[in-house]
Ligand binder design. Structure first.
Ligand SMILES: Cc1cc2nc3c(=O)[nH]c(=O)nc-3n(C[C@H](O)[C@H](O)[C@H](O)COP(=O)(O)OP(=O)(O)OC[C@H]3O[C@@H](n4cnc5c(N)ncnc54)[C@H](O)[C@@H]3O)c2cc1C
Ligand SMILES: NC(=O)C1=CN([C@@H]2O[C@H](COP(=O)(O)OP(=O)(O)OC[C@H]3O[C@@H](n4cnc5c(N)ncnc54)[C@H](OP(=O)(O)O)[C@@H]3O)[C@@H](O)[C@H]2O)C=CC1
Ligand SMILES: Nc1ccccc1C(=O)C[C@H](N)C(=O)O
Length: 474
């Protein structure tokens, strides 16, 4: 059996704790930077080949929305500027109605935006950043097969297809939504686990540049909200857009031919057809089947002082808030802050991490489900637009008391579960305020009417109510 500590980092570092990070995706590679910066010996084990050398990059979404939480975590390891410089700011949602009319809905105040970043580039940059630390080793083509909670021994299938046993002081599971590390948690007593596949799938399509430039306004997240489904588009540095169609699987299954694709798009997204291209649409629609989306909730995130889950391995969420990666990046920041508070006492750190982080990650999982309905349906409603407008005005007047949910989630590090509580509270207050305004204006209107028609003398409000109630009795 290989013991990473004695194998790779001999004499000088033999006293340092060895941490195995399983998964070299977005969260694993960032986490490696955090842990290496603290001086631990870090071993990253990634099942795939090194993405920096890969000819074909497999993966889910081509681009991702990066926001404040993710940026704060990147900043901590000196990566924020590098990543932000290659991101495209998106200041607002751009709503495309059925007739192709476009109207923007800003995300926040002037100067607040989310960034469209390239997933593959982000992963490459983070791996390179982790590689710079002399106390980090990246092991590609190492797929975790199993591990023992008793001994902490991990079994990998190495590049030669052979089993390899490796031991570390701590295992950090960053191996994504279908985590192999998490499998051992499922056997433990008092481990809670639930997963939900939503009945909708998604499909990515590319909108090429037009006359060498973006085919649509680049600094927006474009949305075609069609109530029960939607298409969105995020800009890329090569002036393409990645369009993602989210729709119930049963509706995807009704489309069998290129002609049917075009008539579906003609009906629901007519303005996008010339921009994506008829032939491209006919082909790309059938390139890959629609992909499933799963939401995973579990608790706790740690197993003794041996293992901890982070990123999608701990909380895969549906993508609709654009917060999955941001939450995973914030996980790294939160555990780092706890390491400071608890003097790197690993057992205590892991317990505190679970205590603090579970309610927040569960809250963003629920918010992600909610945001799908907001994006595909609510944005079509006049009341929603009015409320957004009103909330912004109230936020301007009382910036510390009324804060739009989107702002709390996307542009602050307010704990996710506190953002939800505050949202419910202020929604209740504003709704009650609106009712009160409605009742007062109705009463006022009635008073004017009654006074006008009966030429009544001026009366007190109390008097007016008595009259209204009296009128009601007739
Ligand atoms: C369509 C879509 C759009 C999204 N858009 C956004 C967005 O705009 N903003 C946002 O914040 N989030 C978004 N997300 C979510 C985001 O993709 C994830 O939250 C993020 O990638 C999680 O990172 P991770 O490192 O935890 O997992 P992953 O990125 O999945 O990385 C896991 C890594 O572990 C490796 N691995 C898996 N199994 C093993 C094993 N047994 N042994 C060793 N290695 C293993 C995998 O190869 C992979 O490299 C989106 C997700 C989807 C599906
Ligand atoms: N919330 C969500 O709905 C989902 C989010 N994601 C996230 O998207 C990002 C990128 O995904 P990507 O890298 O393409 O991930 P993949 O879907 O390619 O899968 C990554 C790993 O999970 C395994 N895997 C894939 N599908 C399944 C499945 N249905 N059941 C069990 N294991 C599975 C794969 O194992 P093998 O190589 O052996 O096939 C692979 O090791 C990640 O953050 C991922 O966590 C991914 C899927 C769904
Ligand atoms: N990146 C995404 C991927 C899929 C679905 C939505 C997003 C978003 O970012 C939505 C954005 N936060 C919004 O509320 O408009």
């Amino acid at each position: 059996m290989e013991t990473v500590s004695s194998h790779t980092h001999e004499s000088s570092s033999s006293k340092r704790k060895v941490i195995a990070v399983v998964g070299g995706g977005l969260v694993g590679s960032l986490n490696a930077c955090f842990l290496a910066k603290r001086g631990f010996d870090v071993e990253v084990f990634e099942s795939r080949e090194d993405i920096r050398q890969a000819k074909v990059v497999r993966g889910r979404s081509i681009n991702l929305a990066l926001s404040h939480r993710g940026r704060q975590a990147l900043k901590h390891v000196g990566m924020e500027d590098k990543i932000v410089s290659k991101g495209i700011p998106m200041h607002a949602r751009m709503i495309h109605n059925m007739k192709g009319k476009r109207s923007p809905i800003p995300y926040g105040k002037k100067g607040q935006y989310i960034l469209s970043v390239d997933r593959a580039n982000l992963n490459k940059e983070l791996l390179t950043a982790a590689d710079v630390y002399p106390n980090t080793t990246l092991n590609f083509n190492h797929k975790l097969h199993d591990w023992s909670p008793k001994t902490g021994t991990m079994t990998f299938i190495g590049p030669d297809g052979q089993r390899k046993e490796i031991q570390a002081d701590l295992i950090v599971g960053c191996d994504g939504a279908f985590s192999a590390v998490r499998k051992q948690f499922l056997r433990q007593s008092r481990f809670n686990y639930s997963q939900t596949y939503i009945p909708h799938g998604y499909m990515e399509l590319t909108m090429p540049p037009k006359d060498g430039d973006f085919a649509m306004e680049p600094n927006y997240l474009h949305i075609w909200p069609r109530n029960t489904f939607m298409m969105i588009a995020l800009p890329n540095l090569d002036r393409t857009f990645t369009c993602t169609l989210f729709m119930p699987f049963e509706d995807f299954e009704k489309i069998h031919s290129g002609e049917e694709v075009i008539s579906f798009f003609q009906k629901y997204f007519p303005d996008s057809i010339p921009l994506i291209g008829v032939e491209a649409l006919k082909q790309d629609f059938f390139r890959l089947p629609a992909q499933a989306m799963v939401s995973v909730k579990c608790s706790p995130y740690h197993l003794f002082d041996k293992c901890v889950l982070m990123g999608d391995a701990a909380h895969a969420v549906v993508p609709f808030y654009g917060q999955g990666m941001n939450a995973g990046f914030e996980d790294c920041l939160v555990i780092d802050e706890i390491m400071d508070q608890l003097n790197e006492n690993i057992a205590a750190v892991l317990e505190e991490y679970s205590r603090v982080r579970v309610p927040d990650d569960h809250a963003i999982a629920d918010l992600a489900m909610y945001n799908y309905v907001e994006m595909r349906a609510h944005v079509n409603s006049r009341y929603f637009l009015f409320r957004k407008y009103l909330d912004n005005i109230l936020h301007f007047i009382m910036p510390k008391t009324i804060i739009p949910l989107y702002t709390m989630v996307t542009f602050t590090r307010t704990r996710y579960h506190e953002a939800v509580n505050h949202w419910h509270w202020q929604d209740k207050v504003i709704t009650q305020g609106l009712w009160l305004c409605g009742v007062v204006s109705a009463a006022g209107g009635t008073y004017v009417l009654v006074r006008h028609s009966h030429k009544l003398p001026s009366v007190s409000v109390e008097h007016l109510w008595t009259r209204i109630l009296a009128l009601k009795r007739f």
